[in-house]
Design a protein around this ligand. Structure first.
Ligand SMILES: *Cc1c(COP(=O)(O)O)cnc(C)c1O
Length: 363
């Protein structure tokens, strides 16, 4: 098989995956490593799967440069379950934490945490239409707060923290939509989490990286699955793990390591983002970016055309030309080009060329 027939996929999640990874998966589908079966038919207690699982844990740790005093967990329930699981595991009765409401995802994290613990809004971008991330000194952290929860990249609004806020408490980060697209300064974080399907693999898997000494610290009686300790003491195999998602992500992690690691992926992300924002900024105001320049996402690039009718035609004509999933989220409209780790820069050049041609034909 060649890459013929594949589209340029700008989907916000699940993401496009490296063709080399998909080819490996295809080649191993009937017979994984001489076992006479695929990995998704194997027992999760079999040696073949055990190796896949442990390698994925190790490769995640290596690639993200996770320090020894953190534990890496592979969980289910998506990033969404973490909106509840984080406060359950990190906040004891009566303890509080601040949440930064930067848009759709930050708001959901706060809403769920409110059901479970004494948390508060430390900053909200609602008044400004969620067009930017806050500066550190705008964030109000109350005395005694255990942590500050941030969303490193708002997938729908198209904004990111260029640098993580400088506050006096540890950070907890939902990194779902820019996970491993840049190096992480672990000294700032107590916990980081994200769904795999935005940048690292298929859906069905969430990764939580937590400071090991925080396991069990809330003192709450939690159902086994909800307690991080259950997973930590069983190498994330306390129950049947999402084997296929872990297997595919393992291949993506190896591909990323072989391609130069996070420094290289940060460079590629900047290159892709600069190309698209360059096309917006160079259009004499025909394409417009609704977000503050300093907060522009490098993963989810949102932009508008002069009217909604043109936006509909843009999406339709782009799809005819092989560029799919460019429609903005239904809550905000416009165009959204998600340019995750595995999206080839060629796809971005194709989009930028199309943007120029579409403008020339319609301006
Ligand atoms: C997609 C997304 C989520 C939700 O992830 P699920 O894995 O679908 O639960 C949470 N936070 C952010 C920033 C996201 O982009």
């Amino acid at each position: 098989m060649t890459t013929a027939g594949r589209v340029h996929n700008f989907c916000a999640g699940p993401c496009t995956l490296p063709v080399s990874v998909l080819e490996e998966v295809r080649d191993e589908m009937l017979d994984f490593d001489g076992t006479g079966m695929s990995i998704i038919e194997a027992s999760h207690r079999a040696p073949a799967y055990d190796a896949v699982h442990m390698d994925a844990l190790t490769d995640f740790r290596d690639l993200a440069d996770v320090p020894d005093d953190f534990t890496v967990l592979f969980l289910q329930g998506g990033a969404t379950l973490q909106f509840a699981q984080v406060p359950m595991n990190l906040l004891a009765d009566g303890e509080s934490a601040g949440y930064v409401d930067t848009g759709a995802w930050g708001g959901k994290a706060l809403a769920d945490a409110r059901l479970l613990a004494d948390v508060y809004e430390a900053w909200s971008g609602a008044d400004g239409g969620f067009r930017r991330m806050p500066a550190s000194d705008e964030i109000q952290v109350s005395d005694g707060s255990r942590f500050l929860h941030i969303t490193s990249n708002e997938t729908i609004g198209g904004i990111r923290f260029p640098d993580y806020p400088e506050v006096d408490v540890p950070l907890v980060g939902d990194m779902s939509s820019d996970f491993l697209s840049r190096p992480i300064d672990w000294s700032r974080f107590d916990l980081v989490y994200g769904g795999a399907q935005k940048n690292l693999g298929p859906a069905g898997l969430a990764i939580v990286v937590v400071r090991t000494d925080l396991l069990g610290r809330s003192g709450r009686d939690l159902a086994a699955y909800l307690d991080y300790s259950t997973h930590a003491s069983n190498d994330s195999m306390a129950n049947t793990p999402p084997m296929f998602a872990i297997y595919v992500m393992g291949k993506v992690l190896r591909w990323m390591k072989a391609s130069g690691g996070l420094v290289e992926f940060e460079r590629r992300a900047s290159e892709r983002a600069d190309l698209v924002y360059g096309a917006v900024d160079g259009s004499d105001g025909w394409y417009t970016s609704p977000v503050d320049e300093a907060s522009r996402s490098h993963m989810n690039i949102v932009f508008r055309l002069p009217d909604e009718d043109l936006e509909k035609r843009f999406v339709a004509e782009a799809a005819e030309a092989g560029m799919v999933n460019l429609k903005g989220h239904r809550s905000v409209g416009g165009i959204r080009a998600s340019v995750y780790n595995a999206l080839a820069v060629d796809s971005v050049h194709t989009l930028v060329d199309f943007m120029g041609a579409f403008r020339a034909a319609n301006a």
